[in-house]
Design a protein. Structure first.
Length: 80
């Protein structure tokens, strides 16, 4: 069960990462733009968009800049 749950969480992180990158592209923002608007390190932004982990603070900052609610981003996850 542990590996199955981990795999499901990894898939969820990938979905969130892909959505965040897609939103950034749709907003015509570069990583540098986002870095300037949020004060986040470019590596932090890269990790968030490349499924290498995202902290809650990072998610909140990115959502704020992109004009989306965190709940909208998290709604992409299948919680079943």
């Amino acid at each position: 069960m542990g590996n199955k749950l981990l795999s499901k969480h990894q898939k969820s992180i990938k979905l969130i990462s892909n959505l965040l990158r897609e939103i950034r592209f749709n907003e015509n923002l570069t990583n540098k733009n986002v870095q300037e608007l949020t004060g986040l390190n470019k590596n932090t932004i890269s990790r968030a968009e490349n499924s290498r982990g995202i902290q809650l603070f990072t998610l909140l900052e990115l959502c704020s800049v992109y004009g989306v609610k965190p709940s909208e981003v998290l709604s992409i996850i299948d919680w079943q």
